[in-house]
Structure formats: structure tokens, C-alpha cells
Design a protein around this ligand. Structure first.
Ligand code: CA2
Length: 146
């Protein structure tokens, strides 16, 4: 099983500012944590972080036929991007939306997610652990289908 871990704009800055929202771990720490969990669970993972909406759309399109699942934190594009929603709908790859912070308790604009309707689940406010939970959900989904 192969999963794509896709992170949107500014998540490369993790650990450098706003620790009260996003913790003190860096993007590298996040990648290492997910890679270790995936190894323990016996799944392959690839990572992409981009600050560019089109690059994220390209990655979702190119995931078709390659990945069995996507863990997606679209960051600010969560709240604006019909393009990401359309790409997810087109490829129909099981996707879990993850947010490090609890977006349901933040500004009203962060409570809107365009991508959510194309995702099998959404995990918010569990910090980096939310990505590991998303990996586990996708493994569970694949096992249920097999
Ligand atoms: O909670 C999340 O994971 C978010 O997707 C993070 C996005 C935000 O726009 C969403 O509303 C919720 C922002 C990521 C920016 O990350 C930074 C990390 C450190 C310093 C500055 C920004």
C-alpha cells in the first residue's frame, strides 16, 4: 500500500512561528514521525509540501493509479480552493483531510472547507498525531475493501 502525504502553503514553516497553534515540531519532524509510523505499519509513503495551488492540483492528478490514499492538509487552500476539490473528485482516491489546529474553534473562515466533501474523514486539532490517525484510517479502509 502506498500513500501520498500532501501539505499545503506555509507548512514548511512549522516550528518557526505560532507554536500555540501548530506546536514546536518542524516540517522535518512531521515527515520523520509519519515515515516511522508508516514503516511500523508496513506502508510506503511519499511526501510533498507546496506553497502553490497548481502544484497541489498536479500532485493529486498524478496520484491517480499510483497511490492508494492521500493524507491532505491543504492549509489555507482548504478554505478557498474549488480546484483542489475538483481534483480530488476527479481522481476518487480515498483521502483524509487533516488539520493540526482545531479549525472548528478558530475564525469563521477556517470553519469552511471546500475539500471536505471529497474526503472520507476529517481530523482536526490532534496536532501531528492527526496525520498518523489519517494513515491508520486509510489502512483500515483498504483492509475493509480487500
Ligand atoms: O491547522 C492546520 O493544519 C491548518 O491547515 C494550517 C494552515 C491554516 O491556514 C489552516 O486554517 C489550518 C496554516 C499553516 C501555516 O503554518 C504555519 C506554521 C508556522 C508558522 C506559520 C504558519
Amino acid at each position: 500500500m502506498k500513500l501520498l502525504i500532501l501539505n499545503g502553503p506555509n507548512l514548511n514553516l512549522l516550528g518557526q512561528r505560532e507554536p500555540e497553534q501548530y506546536g514546536t515540531g518542524t516540517y522535518r519532524d512531521l515527515v520523520d514521525m509519519i515515515a516511522a509510523h508508516a514503516k511500523a505499519r508496513g506502508v510506503e509513503v511519499d511526501f510533498l509540501q507546496s506553497n502553490h495551488e497548481g502544484a497541489l492540483v498536479d500532485a493529486i492528478q498524478e496520484a491517480y493509479g499510483v497511490y492508494d490514499g492521500i493524507v491532505l492538509n491543504p492549509a489555507a487552500y482548504t478554505h478557498t480552493s474549488v480546484a483542489l476539490l475538483d481534483a480530488l473528485k476527479a481522481v476518487r482516491i480515498p483521502t483524509v483531510e487533516v488539520h493540526i489546529s482545531d479549525v472548528s474553534k478558530r475564525e469563521a473562515f477556517r470553519q469552511v472547507s471546500y475539500v471536505r466533501e471529497a474526503c472520507m474523514a476529517t481530523i482536526v486539532g490532534h496536532g501531528f498525531r492527526g496525520y498518523l490517525e489519517a494513515v491508520d484510517l486509510l489502512i483500515g479502509e483498504a483492509e475493509a475493501k480487500a
